[in-house]
Design a binder for this molecule. Structure first.
Ligand SMILES: [Zn+2]
Length: 468
């Protein structure tokens, strides 16, 4: 049993008023709401930091299961009630603690928003305190965790948002938000740029809606709507008992973004190459330009981000590739119900290279591999496919046919050159010759089944892990 999560973005229409977009006032309301919520969160972050002992309080309760009094950590809900009790004046508690009168500073803030910022603040302060505790235990001077920040994309819980979908015409779809105008709170309609894609995902059966988050960007405002779905998937050990188990192995690389091989009964039954379609070279050209500009302008100005447009372009290219490759992997998995998806444990490859642009490009490629891995797992899990990370040691050095250690080579101008980066693989024992990435992908299966080189040894030989 597990849970899959996915997020769909709904854009608020901030275009021209004449073309049905929200006007600049409404845009300003969103900013004001964000600011006031950040301030309110900061209020409670300070409040909990000032009363940090309360967060580690133990509560005794009567356990029905064990039929005795037991102790447990204080829950977030109890903390919330406690915080409201001492910061918000009510008929039962007319006098908040001096200096902590919430209503005085944030009059008329809707209760739902107040509770959401308290919950956020509890999470932030708890995380900070636990980080600090681990840091203190290490006894190091360096790496002291900083105080928690108060900024967050606010969650819009029920009571602050009304989303009407389905019945209205495409052009007249609105989302009603309870926003701060700078003087008071009120409900405002925002036109949305809904699409068939969003609506299909929004109303798909089996997915449960979570509260959306409001994300304000420089030029746009988005609602990030998450959904969750309960997934029943077989345990890997159970799957492994099946003699005809299908395994889908993925080898992630730079030029061949992913080499997917499918194996059943000891035979590779399908192979898919997903190339980067020139992404690596394209990205390299841009990074060369960025590196040159950085070199010309000398030291970067602190707190200023340069080359924003180029970086944005590179980021979007990477994101696009991530989704496409992950989809390709999920599509192959969908063909074989009950299969297991295999990845190599991602090694940290040092971004080395002659030039700065090459190093930057390598770094980007590494990040891309990590993202593809993560997205592909998520997409496969929705279909009930479990992912296993296998030992990556030597997958590109050993022969996938006989298990002997081979070598990598390439042809340059008709002559055969032995090189670590060679595109081809050659086995001196059985004279097997194949694409090196394909060979590595086929070896991932061997690693999963612990065959040959990947047999479980009693004692690991004492050696530094060489890069595979
Ligand atoms: Zn061989």
């Amino acid at each position: 049993m597990g849970q899959a999560t996915r997020t769909t973005i709904l854009l608020l229409d901030l275009g021209q008023r004449t073309q049905g977009g929200a006007n600049s006032d409404k845009r300003a309301f969103l900013e004001a709401t964000m600011q006031v919520l950040n301030a309110a969160r900061a209020f409670y972050v300070d409040f909990f930091l000032a009363h940090a002992d309360k967060l580690s309080e133990r509560v005794s309760y009567y356990s029905q299961k064990h039929l005795e009094m037991r102790e447990r950590a204080i829950s977030a809900n109890e903390l919330l009630t406690w915080a409201e009790c001492h910061t918000v004046a009510t008929t039962e508690h007319p006098h908040p603690w001096p200096g902590w009168n919430f209503r005085e500073r944030f009059p008329d803030m809707p209760l739902v928003y107040r509770r959401s910022v308290i919950k956020d603040a509890i999470g932030k302060v708890r995380a900070y305190l636990s980080h600090r505790r681990t840091w203190e235990q290490t006894g190091k001077r360096k790496g002291k965790p900083g105080l928690p920040g108060a900024n967050n994309h606010p969650s819009l819980y029920q009571g602050t948002i009304e989303l009407s979908m389905g019945q209205a015409e495409q052009r007249e779809r609105f989302v009603r938000l309870n926003v701060y105008t700078g003087a008071c709170w009120r409900w405002v309609n925002y036109p949305v740029r809904s699409s068939r894609y969003f609506e299909r995902r929004h109303s798909e059966a089996g997915w449960e809606q979570q509260s959306p988050r409001l994300v304000l960007r420089k030029k746009s405002a988005e609602l990030h709507c998450s959904q969750t779905k309960a997934i029943t998937a077989k345990k890997v050990n159970e799957s492994k008992a099946d003699p005809h188990l299908v395994t889908v192995a993925v080898d992630l690389n730079v030029k061949n973004l992913a080499v997917i091989t499918v194996r059943q009964d000891g035979k590779i039954i399908e192979t898919v190459f997903v190339t980067d379609r020139g992404l690596d070279a394209h990205r390299y050209r841009h990074l060369k330009r960025i590196a040159k500009k950085q070199w010309l302008s000398g030291k970067p100005v602190k707190g200023e981000h340069s080359n924003q447009q180029l970086w944005g372009h590179v980021r979007r290219m990477n994101e696009d590739a991530t989704h496409k490759v992950a989809r390709g992997i999920a599509k192959v998995c969908a063909k074989y119900p009950g299969c297991v998806l295999l990845f190599e444990r991602l090694r940290k490859i040092k971004a080395t290279g002659a030039s700065k642009s090459r190093r930057m490009n390598r770094k980007q490629a590494n990040q891309l591999r990590g993202k593809i891995n993560q997205k592909a797992r998520e997409k496969a899990f929705v279909a009930g496919v479990v992912t296993v990370e296998v030992n990556a040691h030597g997958t590109s050095q050993y022969c996938s046919r006989c298990g002997a250690k081979g070598e990598r080579f390439s042809y340059q101008g008709g002559t055969r050159i032995k090189a670590k980066w060679g595109k081809l693989f050659w086995c001196p024992v059985c004279h097997y010759e194949a694409n090196a990435d394909y060979n590595a992908s086929a070896n991932v299966h061997h690693s999963f089944y612990r065959e040959w080189h990947w047999q479980s040894r009693k004692k690991a030989p004492p050696q530094a892990a060489p890069s595979g």
